[in-house]
Design a protein around this ligand. Structure first.
Ligand SMILES: Cc1ncc(COP(=O)(O)O)c(C=O)c1O
Length: 357
């Protein structure tokens, strides 16, 4: 009996001494995963930052915490205040968690084309959700503008403005960048990832460039339907958006303030077709046991292609943004893949993973 009591005491003391401070303390410090098969195939070290291990399940937990902390530090958000954002995805989830942990009200505006699943999840996490008509950014009724207007009318409320508020990139400059540098012992030849707001690429890239004194190359990866690849290739010409991608959370029609802080320092960009991203979702599941979404898979394809360009012996890092759980009803559905013309993208021996009809 005494021995059991002693065991409990020791366990609980050890736990306390290693405990982090709540949800917010658990954001970041994710593992860097060496991807064996693709490292062997390229003769490089391909490593992925396991951002799906953040407590809210994605890389956007860092940005959510960063923009809320920034608003607190600038005195825009005080106890009992309201956080408002326009988002259809992971940022809303991150913000909903952070707001519960810090006692703020969380209000999310999103296009009414989003799935009921996404709306339900945000509401389960305590956020108030306003689905509004899906109109272009130029239209004042766009969900981002509605979020801004809602916050302006309330006292002690902030529109966190994930696309143009550079506190987003700063969060990655202060955490993701230093973590990757430390986890690769400062021997990092290149970093590549896709962008939505641009926060991850700009903040992480800026830190790595500075710390390596320019030796670490930083590249952008782009899905179809985004204008960033052609912007970089053409030396700064912004064309109209056309086409689309099955990836979610990435691709952009403009240079956001976050990307703008770093875009001139980029070493290059690669565009990755959906066929390759979807095939990589299945490949990483089969070869590494890693279950990640399409934006993460696109990042790994891009890292592999960059490895081929740079040649053997290099270490190349990328971001594993979130898990496949949020997309499984699509990515692992035979009917959905067929409707998108992607069923043949999956090699025959991996088709067994598409278990949903
Ligand atoms: C799944 C996923 N991947 C990648 C990104 C892109 O990250 P960032 O907004 O930092 O460019 C996002 C952003 O929402 C995302 O949800």
């Amino acid at each position: 009996m005494f021995a059991a009591a002693l065991r409990t005491k020791v366990v609980s003391r050890a736990f306390t001494s290693r405990a982090v401070d709540g949800f917010t303390g658990a954001v970041g410090n994710t593992p860097l995963i060496h991807l064996k098969k693709w490292s062997e195939k390229t003769g490089c070290n391909i490593v992925g930052k396991a951002e799906f291990q953040n407590p809210g399940g994605s890389v956007k937990d860092r940005a959510a915490l960063g923009v809320v902390r920034d608003a607190e530090e600038r005195g825009l958000l005080r106890p009992g205040g309201t956080v408002v954002e326009g988002t259809a995805g992971n940022t809303g989830i991150g913000l909903a968690h952070v707001c519960r942990a810090k006692g703020y009200r969380c209000v999310i505006f999103m296009p009414n084309t989003q799935s009921q699943e996404k709306i339900d999840l945000l509401r389960m996490l305590g956020a108030e959700v306003f689905p509004v008509p899906a109109v272009a950014y130029e239209n004042p009724a766009n969900y981002n503008h509605q979020a801004r207007d809602f916050a302006t009318k309330l006292p002690n409320a902030v529109w966190t403005d994930q696309f143009d508020n550079t506190a987003n990139a700063k969060a990655h400059y202060l955490s993701t960048g230093p973590e990757i540098w430390e986890q690769t012992n400062g021997e990092l030849d290149a970093f590549i990832c896709a962008t939505g707001t641009g926060g991850t690429l700009a903040g992480t890239g800026k830190y790595l460039k500075e710390k390596s004194k320019g030796k670490t190359q930083v590249w952008l990866a782009d899905p179809p339907g985004s204008v960033l690849h052609s912007y970089i290739e053409s030396g700064g010409k912004l064309k109209d958006r056309s086409g689309g991608s099955i990836t979610e959370g990435i691709g952009q029609g403009r240079i956001t303030n976050n990307l703008g802080t770093f875009v001139k320092e980029l070493d290059g960009s690669l565009t990755i077709p959906d066929e390759k991203s979807v095939a990589m979702v299945y490949d990483l599941l089969d070869t590494e046991g890693i279950y990640i979404g399409a934006s993460s898979a696109l990042n790994v394809v891009a890292a592999v292609e960059l490895a081929k360009l740079l040649g053997p012996g290099k270490t190349i890092a990328t971001i594993l943004c979130d898990g496949a759980y949020r997309y499984q009803s699509r990515l692992f559905s035979k009917a959905w893949l067929k409707a998108k013309g992607l069923e043949d993208a999956i090699p025959e021996h991996l088709k067994k993973y598409a278990v949903l009809n």
